[in-house]
Ligand binder design. Structure first.
Ligand SMILES: [Zn+2]
Length: 131
């Protein structure tokens, strides 16, 4: 975990953002590729396996016919989201940009932008890397 400067803003808002420091793990290319491959194998591999085993176990082929497109479309899509996340944020606390209360950043939130809700006013808080 490396201290990283972030801009705290509200989603879809043009209000000036404040800057804070949060602990973040910056993923390397190998880690990002590993996350993508793991997600692809889990969704596509699991879906194809379940579809094929299901065809032998159950007398109706609809499960097989529906799981194949599901596995082949959602596997690469979810793998892409795993590849696209560049940092994993650690648990920390930040001031909410609207209600100014203290908000806990959930550990394991991925960015950029990292998004989570304020517990008190329920707005979507968006963290971006500070320039
Ligand atoms: Zn709030």
């Amino acid at each position: 975990m490396k201290p990283t400067q972030v801009c705290i803003g509200m989603m879809d808002s043009r209000r000036p953002e404040s800057v804070a420091t949060v602990p973040a793990h910056h993923l390397t290319i190998v880690e990002r590729l590993g996350r993508a491959v793991r997600r692809f194998l889990l969704v596509s591999g699991g879906g194809l396996l379940l579809g094929n085993v299901g065809l032998f176990m159950f007398p109706f082929p609809h499960l097989h016919l529906c799981l194949f497109p599901f596995a082949l479309i959602f596997g690469p899509l979810i793998a892409w989201f795993g590849w696209a996340s560049r940092v994993v944020l650690g648990a920390s606390e930040l001031p909410c940009p609207r209600c100014h209360g203290t908000v806990a950043v959930p550990a394991g939130t991925v960015g950029w932008p990292a998004r989570f809700n304020c517990d008190r006013c329920a707005i979507m808080i968006e963290l971006k890397p500070a320039r």
